[in-house]
Design a protein around this ligand. Structure first.
Ligand SMILES: Cc1cc2nc3c(=O)[nH]c(=O)nc-3n(C[C@H](O)[C@H](O)[C@H](O)COP(=O)(O)OP(=O)(O)OC[C@H]3O[C@@H](n4cnc5c(N)ncnc54)[C@H](O)[C@@H]3O)c2cc1C
Length: 483
């Protein structure tokens, strides 16, 4: 190893940038000198993440916010000096809508992804038929699953609350987050706290009744938030005043200060050297040597790079499926929209037979995103359940989205602008058995010295998870280099 260990971080999305920033923090804290190179295949940093400013609108082409009960994004913003730039959601529109028989209906009060915390509100809602409501109310009498094996979200909800609740409410709400098919989505990897409720109380509804007056909901939150820091400062979701790119810009400045940033160069090949270290071949033919490597890429890219020297690890990485999606962002004059769009967004059950997955009302969710008298909509297309829609050319997708928005929300006339971002194989799918697969990946990765894999394919799909994963990879790398 050279006097100053050389570390390659491959992939300049949020995960890679978070890793580079953490490496620079640790190097300063521990007074250890390192040389870091960040490789990014495209001509911009940020990956599936970015903000554009169009005619006075702050437009997010990727993530529009992040959850705050996982502390890592808020923490990073604080450390980057962006704490005073964080904004919470607008309480005036704090509710969501579900499409039901062609009409947007308000989600029953207290409904949490698959848990009706206020049963009466659900029973009063038009979202379920009489029979569907009876089935939900019978949940406390459904015997609990006796083993602790993983199961799909669909199987869990069908068992506990019945098919109608799955089809009409849970599939669109959870599918909207993971762009996933609930028949495959792993309960243990995505929503373990609900499985825990069944295990501990025998019933989800009984768990809600038991905790009335106790502090159980807080305990639930803490189980998903090991550091115990809560997001109370901003509500459940936060963003940044000028858009999510404020975070990207601050991380870019940090990377440019502390590392060599190589843009427009893909890492084409990595070779594990017999005496330790890694030789990297770039898309431009250049070769470089490193003491340590952090792969901050989608799992299918990592799998390809690992394949020549660890086919078992590569095979595991390539087993993680991905879904593709597109977001059409459009802005409209309020007078062109019949519906009051008085919510954060609308999700659409697959059984409604529509060609869009969800619409996020960005300028309702966060203040300052669009000029007065206008509304900004982010319409999601594709995902694991409708991949074929993405085979269409851009023009056809724009036309399809316009038709659906007109039908569902009464959006008429020409939009002020509309843009589309396509994300091919960008959303990892946590299928049943995902946690076992990830444990295997961790074990196989740890067999290689000074080598780490990070990203949103393993232990959480959101931005805070990506950041955490990148930071942990940096910490492991420094710990092994200076052991
Ligand atoms: C449509 C969409 C909406 C989302 N919305 C939200 C949201 O609202 N809130 C939230 O918390 N999360 C959201 N997410 C998830 C979040 O955006 C991701 O978890 C996060 O951005 C992933 O970052 P990453 O760096 O791991 O991966 P990526 O962003 O995919 O970055 C990987 C980078 O690696 C580069 N690369 C690939 N191959 C190579 C190579 N061989 N050599 C060098 N570079 C390479 C790519 O060009 C890319 O820049 C969303 C995701 C999507 C797809």
């Amino acid at each position: 190893m050279s006097e100053r260990p050389c570390i390659a971080v491959i992939g300049g999305g949020l995960t890679g940038l978070a890793a580079v920033h953490r490496l620079s923090e640790l190097s300063a804290e521990q007074d250890q000198l390192i040389n870091v190179t960040l490789f990014e295949a495209s001509d911009r940093l940020g990956g599936v993440f970015g903000t554009r400013h169009i005619n006075g609108h702050v437009v997010e082409t990727g993530a529009d916010s992040f959850i705050t009960n996982k502390p890592w994004a808020v923490d990073l913003c604080d450390r980057l000096g962006l704490g005073d730039q964080l904004i919470g959601t607008n309480p005036a529109y704090q509710r969501s809508l579900i499409l039901h028989e062609g009409k947007p209906v308000v989600t029953p009060e207290g409904f949490e992804l698959l848990l009706p915390r206020k049963l009466r509100a659900l029973l009063a809602s038009p979202l379920l038929s009489h029979e569907g409501k009876i089935r939900v109310a019978a949940e406390p009498f459904v015997p609990p699953k006796t083993d602790q094996s993983d199961e799909s979200l669909a199987s869990f909800v069908r068992r506990r609350f019945g098919q109608e609740m799955l089809d009409r409410i849970v599939q669109p709400m959870v599918g909207g987050i993971y762009t996933a098919d609930p028949e495959h989505l792993s309960m243990q990897a995505t929503l373990p706290r609900f499985a825990r409720r069944e295990r501990d109380y025998g019933s989800l509804l009984r768990s809600v009744w038991a905790e009335r007056g106790s502090d159980e909901s807080k305990a639930d939150e803490e189980l998903d938030n090991p550091s115990g820091i809560s997001g109370a400062r901003y509500g459940l979701f936060a963003s940044l005043k000028e858009g999510m790119s404020q975070l990207l810009d601050a991380l870019t400045v940090s990377a440019q200060r502390s590392a060599k940033v190589a843009m427009n160069v893909a890492v084409a090949f990595i070779q594990l050297m017999p005496d330790g270290g890694y030789d990297i071949e770039l898309s431009n033919g250049e070769k470089q040597s490193f003491d340590a490597v952090i792969l901050a890429l989608p799992a299918h890219h990592s799998g390809r790079l690992v394949k020549p020297w660890d086919s078992t690890l590569a095979e595991r990485l390539l087993q993680i499926p991905y879904a593709s999606s597109a977001i059409v962002v459009s802005a409209h004059r309020m007078e062109d929209v019949e519906h009051p769009v008085d919510a954060f967004g609308l999700v659409i059950p697959h059984v409604e037979g529509r060609r869009i997955l969800a619409v996020s009302f960005l300028s309702r969710k966060f203040e300052g995103r669009s000029p007065e008298g206008t509304i900004q909509l982010r319409t999601f297309v594709g995902g694991a359940m409708q991949p074929e829609l993405l085979d269409q050319p851009d023009d056809a997708i724009y036309a399809m989205v316009r038709e659906e928005l007109q039908d569902i929300l009464g959006v008429r006339g020409k939009p002020i602008f509309e843009i589309m971002a396509r994300y091919e194989r960008a959303m990892p799918q946590y299928h049943v058995g995902h946690l076992d697969l990830v444990e295997d990946i961790d074990r196989l990765t740890s067999l290689h010295d000074c080598f780490a894999i990070a990203g949103n394919a393993y232990r959480g799909v959101g931005l805070p998870d990506s950041i955490h994963s990148g930071e942990e990879a940096a910490e492991r790398t420094i710990a092994t280099l200076f052991a």
